[in-house]
Design a protein around this ligand. Structure first.
Ligand code: FES
Ligand SMILES: [Fe+2]
Length: 308
């Protein structure tokens, strides 16, 4: 599917990868398999055995290698074949290689690097939440839309007093001037009438935050395929650190976030499928400034990507 090149995408929560079993996930338009390698790192590979193309995900994890359920071939976290049980004494050809995606666990997510350049040594960039707690607040919200539609929905100021008139848009006046600032992979925006108020910060290609009062709302946009995406939503709060109590506070904010995101979903799902584009027939207006900036940023970086 169309993705941004040389970027880290959030794939899933590491807690979704069992300690000793593979798990199948559909992400980035691909059927993938994840498991924990010998060092406990999360390995991410195409869910198709290079031998005769059976799915690997129903197999087992043995000594950090994934074992294909069909003929027992094993592959390590780098994709190298470590065993062909029918030919234990023969040299294994380099062609027997499982395509893996460069992956990293950081900031409470498994991330994958799209390339084509090699993955950087540094962790994926992330917002500074200053030690705030997000315990208990994480929420998974699936949406039947391309992830670019969801990103644009979260860069959209003028929808607030309409879609969210009963919640976060209650006090936002419909007439507005929106200021947009682009800096590398960052697109920040705010209302000219309230420069010290709410500010939407987007870090391309897939993370976002919004300060509402003393707390941060955070979203990760996770591409599944051209028709589907899902959010990981979190709230970072400064008040409660007591283990267990912070978790309860997090659950309460998740409930509120779910309600607000559910107000968006029918509208986003009513838009045409597939990626957004700077040259569609949509007629954009000045308050769409952050969306126009996002489309320009993506136009410069996007490509049809699939691992070899
Ligand atoms: S198809 Fe996987 S080992 Fe044969
Ligand atoms: Fe919204």
């Amino acid at each position: 599917m169309e993705l941004v090149q040389n970027a880290w995408y959030v794939l899933l929560d590491p807690d979704e990868v069992p300690a000793r079993a593979p798990v199948a996930v559909r992400r980035l338009g691909l059927d993938l398999v994840c498991w924990r390698d010998g060092a406990g790192r999360v390995a991410v590979a195409v869910d198709r055995c290079p031998h005769r193309w059976a799915k690997l995900s129903p197999g087992r994890v043995i000594d950090g290698c994934i074992e294909c359920p069909f003929h027992g071939f094993r592959f390590d976290g780098g994709g190298a074949c470590t065993a062909i049980p029918a030919h234990p004494d023969r040299k294994i050809s380099g062609a027997m290689h499982l395509p893996v995606l460069p992956s990293r666990v950081a900031h409470g997510f498994v991330w994958v690097w799209t390339g084509p350049d090699p993955a950087p040594d540094a962790d994926p960039p992330f917002f500074d939440f200053g030690g705030f707690s997000c315990a208990g607040s994480q929420l998974v919200v699936p949406v039947s839309a391309h992830y670019t539609r969801a990103v644009e929905n979260q860069l959209d100021w003028p929808h607030l007093p309409f879609v969210h008139r009963t919640t976060i848009g209650r006090t936002v006046p419909p007439a507005m001037d929106v200021e947009t600032r682009v800096d590398g992979d960052r697109i920040d925006s705010w209302l000219v009438s309230d420069p010290d108020g709410a500010r939407i910060e987007f870090h391309g290609p897939c993370t976002w935050r919004l300060r509402t009062g003393p707390v941060w709302q955070f979203l990760a946009f996770v591409p599944i395929d051209d028709q589907r995406m899902q959010y990981y939503a979190r709230t970072y709060q400064p008040f409660v650190r007591v283990p267990g109590v912070d978790w309860l506070v997090g659950r309460a904010s998740a409930f509120g976030n779910r309600f607000v995101l559910d107000q968006d979903t029918p509208l986003v799902e009513s838009q045409p499928p597939g990626p957004t584009n700077a040259r569609t027939g949509e007629v954009l207006v000045p308050s769409d400034g952050p969306i126009i900036a996002y489309r320009k940023w993506r136009d410069a970086r996007k490509a049809e990507l699939a691992p070899a």
